[in-house]
Design a protein around this ligand. Structure first.
Ligand code: ZN
Length: 394
């Protein structure tokens, strides 16, 4: 009897059902609403700061504190970021701690989780405040054409962060060690050599400290690029690890990192262009009530935040699709390199413990930053159907 990829996919789908499927669907579908509610929480916090004059008061304070414009912007941003994080804390604790614990996706207790959040908040506040200082300087220098300078500063900042993160940021949260000797290491390194990926560059990360999620990733840029798999993946059968690592090598070989930087440069440019038109309008319309009337004022930050939040929600389907398209390419590359379609399908099923397995096509286009389990299994089964006569295909 001929092998039918559709039927084979249906057979795989039937292995996830009942309570387990209901749970992963509920977790993922709840995430759709979190995008909207998260944006509303952020906007509400900004509106409180503006409406009660707290942003204007903070701006007056930092202006009295120092005459240096750059320092004013930086200080305002630091205080703003810490205050807004504090105001949104109940939301953060519910969504990132209790909700994750409820679905069994977080292994940390509150103390361990909280101290990691604090470290992340400290680092991100320092970085974002620095970014705002640069953007605000560009705004003051050129009130109309600032979006070009702001784009350059933002992309340079993102590229710098992506490049240094594997060396200086990620080790603060997890331990990365070279993948130990053994069949997995030699299989991964063999695929790496076969596909022109620097061969000593595979790391193992202790992600099980935080979660049971199976994962691997390509991080860094240029010379700092590093391929890592987590210890949850390491516990899976060897062919499934090969299938995942072949996908990760695909990101490397297909230059997904640099391509994503180019794509995000365009997106960031559009966002700042919209801001350069919308900000003066917001200031004219609401500025007098909020006591923020000039682009020079650091207190424009909460207004920028409101606009960026709204644009961010509207852009979510586009950024998801951008990333999902690369993931799909890496899936196909991985199938060709690992030649283990059943193992890839098996891993796709395991990943569906936190990703809805069979969304509708529009749902997948809007909300999925990776292909759904169904799409991945079908891709693997179609690949298998075309390689049935080849003895090395497992
Ligand atoms: Zn990927």
């Amino acid at each position: 009897m001929a092998f039918d990829p559709e039927l084979a996919t249906r057979a795989w789908m039937a292995t996830l059902n009942g309570a387990a499927r209901a749970k992963s669907d509920a977790y993922f579908e709840g995430g759709y609403w979190l995008i909207l509610w998260g944006a509303l929480v952020a906007i509400a916090v900004d509106l409180v700061l503006l409406r009660f004059g707290w942003a204007a008061a903070l701006s007056a304070r930092v202006t009295r504190f120092t005459r240096r414009r750059g320092v004013q912007s930086w200080l305002f941003a630091i205080v703003y970021l810490l205050v807004t994080a504090l105001m949104a804390l109940p939301w953060t604790i519910y969504t990132r701690f209790f909700r994750e614990r409820h679905y069994g996706l977080l292994n940390q207790d509150f103390a361990a989780w909280g101290s990691e959040q604090l470290l992340a908040l400290t680092l991100s506040s320092l970085a974002v405040a620095l970014l705002f200082t640069g953007i605000h300087a560009a705004i003051r220098r050129s009130p109309r054409g600032w979006w070009i300078g702001a784009t350059a500063i933002t992309i340079a900042g993102i590229a710098f962060f992506v490049a240094i993160a594997p060396l200086y940021v990620e080790p603060l949260f997890n331990k990365y060690v070279p993948l130990p000797d053994g069949p997995v290491r030699s299989a991964v390194l063999s695929m790496a050599r076969a596909n022109g990926v620097p061969a000593d560059n595979v790391f193992l990360v202790d992600a099980s400290r935080q979660t049971d999620r199976i994962s691997a990733n390509v991080a860094g840029l240029g010379g700092t690029t590093r391929i890592a798999l987590n210890d949850n993946l390491m516990k899976q059968p060897a062919d499934e690890i090969r299938a995942v690592m072949a996908h990760e090598l695909g990101h490397y070989v297909l230059n997904h990192g640099p391509k994503m930087i180019i794509a995000f440069t365009l997106i960031v440019a559009v966002v700042f262009l919209v801001l350069s038109i919308a900000l003066p309008w917001m200031l004219a319309r609401f500025g007098p009530r909020w006591r923020v009337t000039s682009l020079d004022d650091p207190a424009i930050l909460p207004i920028v935040s409101i606009l960026v939040t709204i644009i961010g929600v509207l852009l979510t389907p586009a950024t998801n699709t951008l990333i999902r398209t690369q993931e799909m390419e890496a899936d196909r590359f991985g199938l060709n390199a690992a030649r283990a379609p059943e193992s890839f399908a098996s891993i796709a099923m395991k990943l569906s413990q936190y990703r809805k397995i069979e969304p509708g096509p529009i749902e997948e286009a809007l909300f999925f930053d990776h292909p759904s389990g169904h799409t991945r299994v079908l891709t693997a089964m179609r690949w298998k159907a075309e390689h049935l006569d080849q003895p090395d295909v497992r």
